[in-house]
Design a protein around this ligand. Structure first.
Ligand SMILES: [Zn+2]
Length: 271
């Protein structure tokens, strides 16, 4: 945000003034703007650094999601509105010669770069797992898709111990896709034994089909209850939450409230 403001703020008013004033103010005014922005940057750094230092996750390893960027921008804006008044006073009597102005600018630029780096480091330590680089849609064009593209088949329903889904074993972080277009009926960080899970109701050629996705990674859900999803849309990441012992997707299919075996259902319908 800073760069465009610097150039536009000084000129329009300056041209209306008498020449003697114009020269002095033309020099001072941009510096004041730079100083304000620099001070804001320094405040952002001061806030961002402790947050970074207290985080437990791996530093700097993960890419940034759009949600994180939006969140960080929001934080910067709040800080800026509180910072302008004091920094304006301070900046008004500093840096009056061209040399000082150049030095000041360089200092402010360095501070701004440091603030940016700190903000980036802070956002990467967020608990929310990133889905940057994850395929956002499963390949295929059919009304039904495999929710996980690569997996090992685990336990299915009807084992006699109340297991009502098919365990699709895949590493933690493997993308999960909506098996069909529909409406998200539930999406939460904890739904009983499902753990982090999503449920979707779909009308597939006139038949209402409910699909359920359990044991996802905390914070990985990409949709909320009430959202409309498309078949093959990324909805979350395979995890090990809830009643789960090992990373896998617990995938359920229900028609009219009755549990189907997802394995033959997908084999017959997915494409
Ligand atoms: Zn299961």
């Amino acid at each position: 945000m800073p760069d465009t403001t610097i150039e536009t703020s000084s000129t329009p008013e300056a041209t209306k003034r008498r020449p003697a004033q114009t020269r002095t103010e033309a020099l001072v005014r941009p510096v004041r703007t730079v100083a304000i922005l620099g001070a804001v940057g320094a405040l952002v750094a001061a806030i961002a650094l402790p947050a970074f230092a207290s985080a437990n996750g791996p530093a700097g390893a993960e890419p940034v999601t759009t949600e994180q960027i939006a969140k960080d921008n929001a934080q910067s804006i709040v800080v800026a509105s509180e910072a302008v008044q004091t920094s304006n006073v301070r900046a008004s009597f500093t840096a009056t010669t061209p040399d000082e102005i150049e030095k000041k600018k360089a200092e402010e630029a360095a501070a701004a770069r440091a603030a940016e780096a700190a903000a980036a480091a802070s956002s990467s330590s967020s608990a929310r797992p990133s889905t940057a680089g994850v395929l956002l849609a499963a390949p295929g064009s059919g009304a039904v898709r495999y929710p996980v593209l690569s997996f090992t088949s685990g336990e299915g329903p009807g084992s006699g111990r109340g297991h009502e889904g098919w365990d699709m074993i895949a590493p933690e972080g493997t993308p999960i896709y909506a098996a069909a277009s529909g409406t998200v009926t539930a999406s939460a960080e904890s739904i009983g034994g499902y753990g982090v899970s999503i449920m979707i109701m779909s009308n597939i050629n006139g038949t209402m089909v409910e699909t359920r996705y359990g044991h996802m990674v905390y914070g990985s859900r990409q949709v909320s209850a009430g959202d409309t999803v498309q078949a093959g849309q990324l909805i979350g990441l395979v995890g090990n939450t809830g009643n789960s012992y090992g990373s896998h997707l617990h995938f359920e299919v229900r028609i009219g409230g009755s549990v189907l075996d997802p394995e033959p259902w997908l084999a017959a319908n997915a494409g």
